[in-house]
Design a binder for this molecule. Structure first.
Ligand code: GDP
Length: 385
């Protein structure tokens, strides 16, 4: 599936580059183009892989390249004012060659949170291709301003995209690790999941072709039009003699083992930590991709796993396929789309309501009151950008 990526804000740019890194290492080419958008010049300079003429500074006249300071209304305003700068870069993309746009942003800060929905809305207005969002939810330790930003941005962003794939930083935090030091690790996890998903179907020359490949239309149909998604992933190591790499599709040494391996890997992917933890029952649609050496991509296993996903979600719209890959692992990626029972979203909305109430209260108290909102007290938060 060919994508044009638009990374908005600091997290947006870094996660976008993590996806580009996955794509480059895998040699697939699902990233057709990449554009970084930011109000902070330093964040644009800090990027590695994005071409210089695809790094777009917005709000330069007002903010002088210093960012929005976690003010997402300001982020939205300058994005609207400078939307033509962003669209100027998008116009250079060979849009007829892409299957979709993916707008990537952290929803807790100012730039990505405010500007990503504005960019998505304009992309949808101008182009017929689907526009998807990849939103990063803030950690609980980042304070209520971040939660408030995320809750408000979420409500707007989800309306402006065909589907919003979410990743919750909080669910992925390791104990003893601050969010900031963990970002690179989180970005690798995001890129691995979405990388396998978007690579599926992009068969490169010389690569083995799967028995039932997942193509772009299946991803697009699973994402549907509207709602939010979460992604699960698991991998199981397999032993493979080097000489057999991609020689020909051969049955795995023991077919029963291969079936069970696929099934148990898929179950671990679905029941383990999702990018956004949620209740699977009630998901509207799902897509399963089983990736790995061709001889281990057991068809019966994939079919049984697909049926198990139908039972688990209660959905009759579960697609599945394989993705042959030169690897020592069998990996399963499951995309659950149209999920509704998401405790973290409810929590963020609750925090947002409370933060708004407190903000009204402290308006009369002067500047000290604001400190309470941004500082949650466990010493883990850094200043805003
Ligand atoms: P912006 O530049 O104003 O959009 O704000 P940031 O992107 O710096 O921060 C917004 C949110 O993204 C915060 O909740 C951060 O915790 C999160 N964030 C920042 N950088 C990264 C990153 O590299 N990876 C991930 N997963 N989250 C990040």
């Amino acid at each position: 599936m060919k994508l044009a990526l638009v990374g908005v804000g600091q997290a947006g740019g870094k996660v976008m580059e993590a996806l580009m890194g996955y794509d480059r290492r895998a040699g697939v080419g699902f990233v057709a183009d990449a554009i970084a958008v930011n109000t902070a010049r330093a964040d644009l300079v800090g990027l590695d892989a994005t071409p210089l003429d695809h790094r777009i500074l917005i709000g330069g006249a007002r903010l002088k390249g210093h960012g929005t300071g976690a003010d997402n209304e300001l982020g939205a305003e300058v994005a609207s004012e400078d939307i033509n700068e962003v669209m100027g870069a998008v116009d250079e993309v060979a849009v007829h060659e892409i299957d979709a746009f993916l707008v990537v942003a952290g929803l807790g800060g100012g730039t990505g949170s405010g500007a990503a929905p504005v960019v998505a809305r304009e992309l949808r207005r101008r182009y017929a291709e689907p526009v998807y969002g990849l939103g990063i939810l803030p950690g609980r330790t980042e304070g209520s301003i971040y939660a408030l930003n995320a809750a408000r941005s979420f409500l707007t962003f989800v309306e402006q995209v065909d589907n919003l794939i979410l990743f919750d930083n909080d669910a992925w935090r390791e104990s003893g690790e601050s969010l900031r030091t963990g970002y690179d690790r989180l970005n690798v996890e995001i890129a691995r999941r979405l990388g396998v998903l978007f690579s599926a179907g992009e068969i490169t020359e010389g690569q083995a072709v799967g028995e039932s490949v997942v193509d772009a239309s299946e991803i697009i149909n699973t994402l549907g039009s509207g709602g939010i998604s979460t992604v699960g992933y698991a991998a199981t190591a397999v032993e493979r003699p080097k000489a057999r790499l991609f020689a020909r599709r051969k049955p795995a040494p023991d077919v029963g083992d291969a079936t069970n391996r696929v099934l148990s890997t898929v179950r671990r992917a679905a029941l383990g930590r999702l990018t956004l933890p949620c209740e699977l029952a009630g998901a509207e649609r799902a897509l399963l991709v089983v990736a790995g050496p061709p001889e281990y991509l057991d068809r019966r296993g994939i079919e049984r796993a697909r049926r198990w996903l139908e039972e688990t979600t209660g959905s009759m719209e579960v697609r599945g396929g394989d993705y042959p890959l030169d690897s020592d692992y069998v990996a399963a990626v499951v995309l659950f789309s149209g999920v509704t029972d998401v405790p973290r979203i409810e929590e963020l909305k609750g925090v947002a309501v409370e933060a708004q109430r407190r903000m009204q209260e402290i308006e009369s108290e002067g500047p000290e009151g604001l400190h309470d909102l941004t500082w949650s007290g466990d010493g883990d938060e850094d200043g805003l950008d």
